[in-house]
Design a protein around this ligand. Structure first.
Ligand code: COA
Ligand code: ADP
Length: 579
């Protein structure tokens, strides 16, 4: 049994309401399905297309429970499968979906999939996914959804991070387009040595058609997103089999984005081809277009997806592949773009899918991982801010200093209330170039890169706690966020990154910050609750422990200076400075 097979399925402890009743999320929908031969491929394993259909149906039912009206799939985020886990005929698949957050007309549904072998009782985790649905009311009018009210601590975290996932999702298409069309990628010409074994991409081309029938559609005659995804997966798998001449196993699916609807009577054409092969994996691209009943020539591009396959041998070792020779024109472009997508996928997995404690410090920043680093930065602070069981250590200058010890990590929090409007505090605190005015740790500041309107990278030099040693320096990514809805805090998240333009030097000890930042909550029109959080690293630990144990009053002075800085500068901030 592999390590992943032994994964225990950890259920959240029950949350008991004030009236003593066990709380069940009102949008929670559970589906359990036996894997029958009709759901499986020729190897007796569950087809991923069938799984996508079940996931979409469960998530749609959950979305409609919240929306109280029909909902359509707008997107399904990237999914990573553990290809060592086989879901075979006779196993049971359990799918659980619940609405994490509603925005305006769209809502995010979190989906978790586990599997079990009923004969042995063994259970294991398959994957998690997030889908976005858009509510469709009568006619063409937009449906304004009611807010979700999270109850349990886990629901509160999901609710908070859903806003950041939405931001990443909506940036995703733009950022991928920019990256794959970037000049460095466009210049890289694939070169082939004549002696190498290559497979012409043309040999892997699949063109197939499906007719949308009533069982593929909802009661409004719109085709189900899950059905379209299943057809796309099937076309991609045929293309993959032609390339590897074996049994390909799906490892990763990039985000599905439903650009337009299709209806009963439409013909859906699916085109797939291998875009590029890497040593032990290869990417298949698939495009779905709908030809509408009325006009045979009128087509709508409804979806494109990119899927990565591997081929494990009997011992689980991955087979290696020959190179793909792309077709001229679009083929060559897709070949290069597949390499760019592979880099983006690796960054995403490395930065997002890891637990916060596993993400290495100082991830190298580049434009292709910006969106993920920014997500990691903000979500890490949101998770830290949601932690319970803080221990109050002392009060300094009306500020409460608390610590939290968890899994060999030490977290620190300083909270204070200032008599300044929250928007003014946000503008003044998020201007890192002014932090030296109140924080003695910020001796020298240099803006390295303004990434976008909400993200900057800067270099800061701090004096050492220990007078005998060098000064320290930090390269930090600052991500600021205004609330996505009433009740959300304003937020400024900080984490270390590394940049070739700012290498460590001999004169300065390079320090690291894994997670830090401010949350700002409006307490009244003219008062704000500021909370500063930091996860300690060896370089910042001495600053904190000296203060909370009363050995230093540095922090007390900084808090006093911050209060004065905000008071003195609040009137320089105009409300129009805030997006
Ligand atoms: N991922 C997640 N959400 C997305 C999205 C994406 N790729 N693209 C748009 N949205 C969200 C927007 O954020 C917005 O949410 P909000 O109202 O909560 O702020 C909502 O969708 C509407 O966006 P808008 O820009 O007004 O609409 P649009 O014209 O882009 O339409 C769809 C978005 C999804 C409604 C439209 O593309 C569509 O009908 N797609 C087909 C859906 C379908 O039929 N699916 C079933 C399978 S074919
Ligand atoms: P792009 O060409 O930018 O990748 P498309 O949406 O046109 O975007 O296509 C998505 C993917 O679908 C392509 O990368 C390719 O793998 C596959 N594809 C598109 N058109 C065809 C086609 N005519 N034949 C086979 N596969 C195709």
């Amino acid at each position: 049994m592999s390590a992943s097979e032994q994964l225990e399925i950890l259920e959240e402890p029950p949350f008991i309401l004030e009236n003593g009743v066990k709380y069940i999320n009102p949008t929670e929908v559970k589906m359990s399905q036996f894997i029958l031969p009709c759901h499986a491929n020729h190897c007796g394993e569950l087809s991923v297309g069938q799984l996508l259909k079940w996931m979409d149906t469960t998530a749609c039912l959950s979305a409609e429970r919240h929306a109280h009206c029909p909902c359509v799939t707008a997107s399904m985020d990237d999914i990573d499968f553990d290809f060592e886990q086989r879901l075979s005929v006779g196993h049971v698949v359990n799918i659980k979906a619940k609405v994490n957050r509603a925005f305006n007309t769209s809502l995010e549904v979190g989906i978790s999939i586990t599997s079990e072998d009923p004969c042995s009782g063994r259970q294991w985790k398959v994957c998690n996914a997030f889908a976005t649905f858009v509510a469709k009311g009568q006619g063409s009018g937009k449906v304004q959804l009611k807010a979700v009210i999270p109850r349990t601590s886990q629901e509160k975290i999901e609710y908070s991070i859903a806003a950041e996932r939405r931001r990443m999702r909506l940036h995703h298409l733009e950022s991928i387009k920019d990256l794959v069309s970037s000049s460095t990628i466009q210049k890289a010409e694939p070169d082939f040595d004549e002696s190498q074994h290559v497979v012409p991409a043309e040999k892997t081309r699949v063109e197939t058609v499906e007719l949308v029938l009533p069982p593929h559609a909802n009661h409004q005659r719109n085709s189900f997103g899950g059905q379209i995804m299943a057809w796309m997966e099937s076309a991609a798998t045929i293309s993959a089999s032609r390339f590897c001449k074996g049994h390909p196993v799906l490892k990763t699916i990039d985000m599905f984005h439903f650009r337009g609807p299709s209806q009963v009577g439409d013909r859906i054409t699916l085109k797939a081809i291998v875009n590029n092969a890497f040593k032990e994996s290869f990417e298949v691209g698939v495009c779905a277009e709908a030809y509408h009943q009325e006009g045979w020539d009128q087509k709508t591009h409804i979806n494109s997806a990119f899927m990565t396959f591997v081929v494990p041998d009997k011992g689980g070792k991955l087979c290696t592949f020959p190179r793909v020779k792309p077709e001229p024109g679009d083929g060559k472009r897709r070949y290069r773009e597949a390499s760019a997508r592979k880099k983006i996928r690796l960054d995403r997995k490395y930065i997002i899918s890891c637990k916060q404690t596993e993400v290495p410090l100082s991830v190298p920043w580049d434009p292709s991982n910006q969106v993920y680093l920014s997500y990691n930065n903000v979500s890490a602070l949101k998770i830290l801010a949601a932690k319970q069981n803080w221990v109050l250590n002392c009060m300094q200058n009306k500020a409460k200093l608390s610590t939290l010890e968890e899994d060999h990590l030490l977290f620190f929090k300083a909270e204070m209330i200032v008599s300044v409007n929250v928007k003014q505090v946000f503008v003044l605190l998020s201007d890192m170039s002014r932090r030296h005015e109140w924080d003695t740790h910020y001796q020298r500041f240099k803006l390295i890169q303004k990434v976008d309107t909400d993200d900057v990278i800067y270099h800061v030099v701090s004096p050492s706690v220990n007078k005998a040693s060098n000064f320290q320096d930090f390269v930090l990514l600052a991500s600021r966020r205004v609330p996505c809805a009433d009740g959300d805090p304003y937020l400024i998240a900080l984490r270390s990154v590394s940049l070739p333009a700012v290498p460590p030097t001999k004169d300065l000890d390079r320090g690291e910050v894994s997670c830090a930042g401010f949350t700002l909550c409006q307490e009244g029109v003219t008062s704000t609750k500021i909370a500063y959080y930091i996860q300690t690293t060896p370089q910042v630990l001495p600053y904190i422990t000296r203060d909370i144990t009363g050995l230093s009053s540095d922090l007390c002075k900084i808090i006093e200076a911050l209060n004065k800085f905000l008071e003195q500068n609040k009137d320089t901030v105009h409300m129009c400075d805030i997006g």
